[in-house]
Design a protein around this ligand. Structure first.
Ligand code: DQQ
Length: 464
């Protein structure tokens, strides 16, 4: 069985959440409330471009199927959030669902922190009459903007919040605050100040949380010259300051502005915006832009490396499958095709220097996305060979160094969905990619060096 795609728009994902139309970026205020998962997100109701930010809203009972609901929070004219409801988080304040977000003015030069209170099903929101609850950037930051994206947690003695921004002349910064009631905030000091060359000149959407025996700081970093990436630092929390012990790129691709929270099972889940890889004109023409990553469960391994696996709930979407074990594959081309697939593959890298899988192959093989691992230089790569008008996307190979422990197999998890590829290697190296096949028939799958395969599973994924 082949699960049909919309022939009018083969690039639109079918098992990842995205709103019916228009622009979506950062996940906001994610919470499991009375059993249901609520996802809020940066949303422009006017079109598929970044402007006029609202908090869109979707709900799920199972983390696999989503229902889009009406807009949750909209800007109020002549108020501190008149030009946009920017990113933020949600807490349960003694039974009151409370959103903490950044409000902006028309040229975004004034960024202030605001509260809104939800009703029992989180569909109706009332803004706090005392907004903004925090407006002044600490004087030692020597800068006039970039003061946003509140991330709040309950500490032993009150509420704590970090805000994202920078300190002129130094680099990106996460600023630490404390409050008894979410309304009056006292500035403490920077939780962490980065080095601008390494960690970017400005931080966005910082998250800070305990995981295992450590604390993790996740930073969406903006670099001089326009680049942006997500960093994950693991370390200690001492004297209300973060002391990093290790740092990695969280995702060497299109994931950005992740948000984490703890669900009713006690899992630390991470959500992320998957940016588009094509130009703004084509995003507007498509009528949609931005995709929500499949949520993942975070943990640390015994070496304190950050591990992420897609929530097991999405396995309920698996339909027809193909399974092979070592020695089974006589042909490189697999009998299953598709653009909505979940793939798990294990390779013994001592059997072949390069191994991997080609996805979305055209019948002549000229168009494809190759996911490869080169054991000689420990390089995990995504190479997009796509021609035609969609080739305006940045087609350079993406990738990162991925080190295997002695004797460890390469384990790939690949979520392919229309124009999205989420790639995770051994739970700890992540590359998200976007590609835009030029023909609906480009659905072939081919294994590179089948003799290295130890196990391979491919499932078609049901549309949500
Ligand atoms: N997106 C929001 C900001 C945040 C940025 C605006 C990160 O709050 O800093 O849409 O993508």
């Amino acid at each position: 069985m082949m699960i049909p795609r919309n022939p009018q728009d083969i690039h639109r994902p079918t098992y990842h959440f995205l709103p019916a139309a228009n622009w979506m970026n950062d996940p906001n205020g994610v919470i499991q409330w009375r059993g249901r998962y609520h996802l809020f997100f940066q949303y422009n109701p006017d079109g598929a471009y970044h402007a006029n930010m609202h908090w869109g809203h979707a709900v799920s009972d199972d983390l696999a199927h989503w229902e889009e609901l009406p807009i949750a929070i909209a800007p109020t004219p002549h108020s501190p959030d008149q030009a946009g409801i920017w990113s933020g988080c949600m807490v349960d304040d003694g039974g009151m669902p409370t959103a903490i977000y950044t409000g902006v003015n028309d040229d975004y030069s004034r960024q202030v922190q605001c509260l809104a209170f939800g009703n029992e099903d989180l569909r109706r929101w009332t803004k706090h009459s005392g907004n903004p609850v925090l407006a002044e950037i600490p004087a030692h930051c020597f800068q006039a903007r970039d003061f946003r994206d509140p991330f709040v947690w309950r500490g032993d003695d009150g509420w704590y919040m970090i805000l994202s921004g920078h300190i002129n002349g130094l680099g990106g910064a996460a600023l630490l605050y404390r409050s008894d009631d979410l309304r009056e905030w006292q500035y403490l000091h920077p939780l962490f100040v980065g080095d601008s060359a390494r960690h970017g000149h400005n931080f966005e959407c910082v998250n800070f949380f305990p995981l295992g025996e450590k604390w993790v700081l996740i930073i969406s970093s903006m670099y001089d010259g326009g680049g942006a990436t997500v960093l994950a630092l693991v370390g200690r929390y001492e004297n209300q300051r973060f002391v990093p012990e290790s740092e990695t790129v969280y995702d060497a691709g299109y994931a950005y502005a992740p948000l984490t929270h703890v669900d009713d099972q006690g899992r630390r889940l991470i959500w992320a915006w998957l940016r588009e890889g094509r130009g703004t004109d084509r995003q507007r023409q498509a009528g949609w832009s931005g995709v929500q990553a499949i949520p993942r469960v975070l943990s640390l391994d015994s070496k304190h490396r950050l591990i992420s696996h897609p929530v097991p709930e999405i396995e309920a979407l698996r339909r027809d499958g193909f399974h092979a074990e070592a020695g089974d594959l006589t042909d490189k081309d697999l009998p299953l095709r598709g653009l909505a697939l979940d793939i798990e593959a294990a390779f013994d890298v001592s059997e072949a220097e390069t191994c991997g899988i080609e996805l979305a192959r055209s019948p002549d093989g000229a168009e494809k996305v190759a996911i490869t691992y080169d054991a000689s230089n420990e390089a995990l790569r995504v190479t997009r060979d796509y021609a035609g008008e969609e080739s305006e996307l940045d087609s350079e190979a993406q990738g990162m160094v991925h080190r295997l422990d002695p004797g460890e197999n390469l384990q790939l998890r690949i979520l392919l969905d229309g124009s999205v590829i989420e790639l995770i290697a051994n739970g700890r190296s992540r590359v998200t990619s976007r590609f835009y096949p030029s023909d609906a028939g480009n659905q072939g799958l081919r294994v590179i060096n089948p003799e290295a395969v130890r196990a391979l599973d491919v499932w078609e994924m049901a549309s949500i």
